[in-house]
Design a protein around this ligand. Structure first.
Ligand code: PHE
Length: 351
């Protein structure tokens, strides 16, 4: 299984390490260095087995290649996945992060990392103890620019605006019903921006604390996870884990567009056709969720200010998504296919 997964993958390198002290697996997948050194988050969670973790790492690394290729930024695509046992304690987790940093350091710049699901900026500080200078998104106290979440959220918010222009010929979000799945650093940031723009925000979440906060304190309408797909809304914004758009869930959707920040939203590529057949507009995930990585790399390696980073992200997502929608329309193809073509074209160019 593992050898066929790697053989079928069209990326460059996969490094797999079994971490004896914790029983964790560290996987670093470098999909492409064609446009520059591979950049991608480190994701930490429990998986059913090594195959599931490897599958996630390979797909996520490929997603990063396409993410940077659409606007032709000078980075390649990679991802790190740390598959942990469910009961890992604080101290072992920190030591594991240090060993992950040491591995990244050994790679000597082949792969640069930021945070992803299950990893905070405080964790990046720990990884950087051994992984410096290839570790990004550290806390401000440690000399980094903190969480990429708000910038990813801004890019997704821009995607929502462009989708509304496309659907209603009106960029205003006033009164639009937008259902946000997941209230983590991206979903939470998106909710804030949507609320400020006058949208009617609904949310779905599984973590009790977050449900209480957004329902009781912020006052938003809570959608039970079992009603997620059938709830009527203008825009469905998946901002949790990937793989949520499948043949089954797409047939239940009662929205006009899917515009969210989660990586790898389709269970299988042909789900893009099912979505189009239902007349639902899709903003390709990797086109609109580039904000975090783009802003953090810009601020930490190119000297951008926060304001500049915000401007760059909003402009980048707007231009890219408009182009994707136009190409899809002109060629009669899905928006997913249009994004893929734009990325492939940039990847086929000489540097
Ligand atoms: N999690 C980010 C993404 O999926 C990765 C990232 C964040 C990379 C910050 C670099 C800096 O795009």
């Amino acid at each position: 299984m593992i050898d066929s997964l790697i053989k079928q993958w069209d990326g460059e390198n996969v490094i797999i390490r079994h971490d004896k002290p914790t029983g964790a697996w560290i996987i670093i997948a470098v999909h492409s260095t064609h446009l520059g050194p591979a950049v991608g988050g480190t994701r930490m969670k429990s998986y059913s087995d090594l195959e599931a973790a490897l599958t996630d790492a390979l797909r996520l690394a490929e997603g990063m290649t396409y993410k940077f290729a659409v606007p032709a930024l000078p980075y390649g695509g990679g991802k790190a996945v740390i598959a942990i046992p469910p009961d890992i304690d604080e101290k072992s987790r920190a030591d594991l992060l240090r060993r992950h940093g040491a591995l990244i350091h050994q790679l000597g710049g082949l792969f640069m990392t930021g945070p992803d699901v299950g990893i905070s900026s405080a964790d990046m500080d720990i990884i950087a103890e051994t992984g410096d200078p290839y570790v990004h998104s550290r806390t401000e106290a440690a000399g980094g620019k903190g969480s990429p979440g708000p910038f990813t959220a801004l890019g997704v918010f821009t995607g929502v605006q462009v989708a509304c222009e496309n659907l209603f010929d009106d960029p205003s979000l006033k009164g639009r019903r937008i259902l946000v799945q997941g209230t983590g650093s991206v979903g939470g940031g998106l909710i804030e921006l949507l609320g400020a723009a006058g949208a009617k925000v609904l949310f779905s979440e599984v973590a009790e604390d977050a449900i209480k906060y957004f329902r009781d304190e912020v006052g938003l309408e809570f959608v039970l996870p079992e009603n997620l797909y059938t709830t009527e809304c203008d825009i469905f914004a998946p901002c949790a884990l990937g793989g949520i758009l499948s043949y089954e869930t797409i047939s239940q959707l009662d929205c006009k567009a899917v515009v969210g920040g989660a990586n790898n939203q389709f269970a299988v590529p042909k789900d893009a056709d099912s979505l189009q057949a239902r007349g639902i507009l899709y903003a390709p995930d990797y086109v609109i969720n580039i904000g975090g990585a783009m802003a953090i790399m810009g601020m930490e390696t190119r000297g951008w200010t926060r304001d500049q980073a915000e401007e760059e992200v909003a402009a980048c997502v707007r231009n890219a998504l408009v182009k994707v929608f136009e190409l899809a329309q002109a060629e009669g193809i899905t928006t997913a296919e249009a994004a893929h073509r734009i990325a492939e074209l940039n990847l086929s160019m000489d540097k």
